[in-house]
Design a protein around this ligand. Structure first.
Ligand SMILES: [Zn+2]
Ligand SMILES: [Zn+2]
Ligand SMILES: [Zn+2]
Length: 294
């Protein structure tokens, strides 16, 4: 439940006195409209009747998300001078929430309340937790997460995955070479893939090091696939020289192929619709430019 109170305000502009309906706590699960207001910076904004000034009021606020299972307490920093506030914490700065009014046993997260001292940090922490929980959920659901929009790719929607596959050349047909190491470097959902090309997709800060080659290869593929450009097409799978240094790759050599696969999850299975070769890299260049996380 969200808790409301009336705050007595003295306008910082003209000194006139007034009242503001303030929230001591917000339950985002029960009152999503209050969460929206908070994230838009519109909560606890006082508009003076006398002079029209609008003022942000700094009042303690407890934020509770029951679905995502987290709580954050905002205290205006000045309040840390108050004994009453300090008494709410143990010596390890753990906030002793007062749940006396609740008789049934409380979930563990409710005794792990994160504390912040500015409203900006409150908004950031909530945004961070929303992203984190969304990410964890998409992993739990076994869904592929899109690198650019962060959502789990829904079942049945095409997903475009770039992977690095290390193989030893034993065949003329690269598809028959045995793969010894493999990792995904880019995953993009169908919705992002089909966005107009005006602005290139933003991969933000990625956890793994990526070759510019992979991002470039991906956007070339995208142009070709969506028929926006025909000055590029996937390599034939008989390529025998490094895309970077042109050294020939002979039988017995280890090489890395950068491939893009179109995949779709159907039920519990991931079905590959097509695999396209973006580039191949000799062992020397791979050592120089790639980081293998194994
Ligand atoms: Zn005023
Ligand atoms: Zn996406
Ligand atoms: Zn090379």
């Amino acid at each position: 439940m969200s808790k409301k109170g009336t705050l007595e305000i003295e306008c910082t502009e003209c000194g006139a006195e007034g009242y503001l309906e303030g929230w001591a706590s917000i339950n985002a699960s029960l009152n999503p409209e209050l969460k929206d207001k908070l994230l838009e910076g519109k909560l606890h904004v006082y508009q003076c009747d006398q002079c029209g000034a609008s003022v942000h009021i700094s009042a303690p606020l407890l934020y509770h998300d029951m679905d995502k299972e987290f709580m954050v307490q905002f205290y205006p920093f000045g309040m840390t001078e108050s004994y009453r506030v300090l008494n709410n914490f143990d010596r390890h700065a753990k906030l002793n929430a007062n749940w006396d009014s609740i008789t049934e046993s409380i979930p563990e997260y409710m005794s792990n309340i994160h504390v912040v001292f500015s409203m900006n940090e409150l908004v950031r922490y909530i945004t961070f937790m929303d992203r984190l929980i969304q990410h964890k959920k998409s992993i739990e659901n076994g869904l592929t997460a899109c690198f650019t929009c962060d959502r789990g790719v829904p079942i049945g929607e095409l997903c475009y995955c770039v992977s690095r596959n290390k193989a030893v050349k034993t065949n003329d047909d690269m598809d028959k070479d045995e793969i010894v190491e493999s990792m995904t470097s880019i995953q993009v959902c169908g919705e992002c893939f089909n966005k107009p090309r005006a602005k290139d997709l933003d991969f933000g800060e990625l956890q793994i090091y990526q070759l510019k080659l992979e991002i470039k290869g991906f956007s070339q593929f995208r142009g070709w696939r969506t028929k926006q450009s025909n000055d590029w097409q996937p390599l034939k799978k008989i390529v025998d020289s490094c895309s970077l240094c042109r050294t020939s790759i002979d039988s017995g050599d280890t090489y890395t192929k950068i491939e893009l696969s179109e995949e779709q999850q159907i039920g519990d299975l991931v079905q590959t619709e097509g695999v396209y070769l973006l580039s191949i890299i000799c062992e020397k260049c791979a050592e120089k430019y790639m980081v293998w996380l194994y």
